[in-house]
Design a protein. Sequence first.
Length: 213
Amino acid sequence: MQLLAGVDEAGRGPLAGSVVAAAVVIEPGQSLAGVTDSKKLSAAARDDLFDLICEQATDFAIAEASVAEIDDLNILHATMLAMSRAVAGLEVVPTNIRIDGNRCPDLGAALNPVTEALIGGDGLCTAIGAASILAKVTRDRQCMELDTAFPGYGFARHKGYPTKAHREALMNLGPCEAHRRSYKPVRDALEAVNQAKATENGTGSSKVAGQMA
């Protein structure tokens, strides 16, 4: 039987948290009512569809690349890593894989399905749309946990994206453990906090660690 897997990610743009990827396997012609690009859906609709996808998909897997991996590899390669982990987590081996975007991750020699990158795929392919919803909901839930672990940054509201409120919190509090130090706004905030602390100490040095750094 021909089985299609759709793969998508959530969390490339935020300044904090992991990048999450999901892979969803469906049968040819299978429809999942209401499934489309996760960005076009309300949070409540995504939550409802998350459960529907988990119940009706032939198989699914969710994976991530950590903040440390993002900083070490860069966000592009960390995203590819998260996607490959999601595909590797599938118990059902797909015959075809469609990936949202313009680039396919390295899936290794052991898995050799027909793989296709599809720009705008989350709005064109049901399997990719389903994967986008699983990835988005999972990452949003992680941000709710970050909001509890690191109060004051507003992760529950902005989900780590570089909003004005988030940037202001970064400058006031300094980066926390969840922030991606390879991202320029985070580096700038860390440098500003270090400079302020150095000035307070009268050292003139910028080597003081920022809050929770």
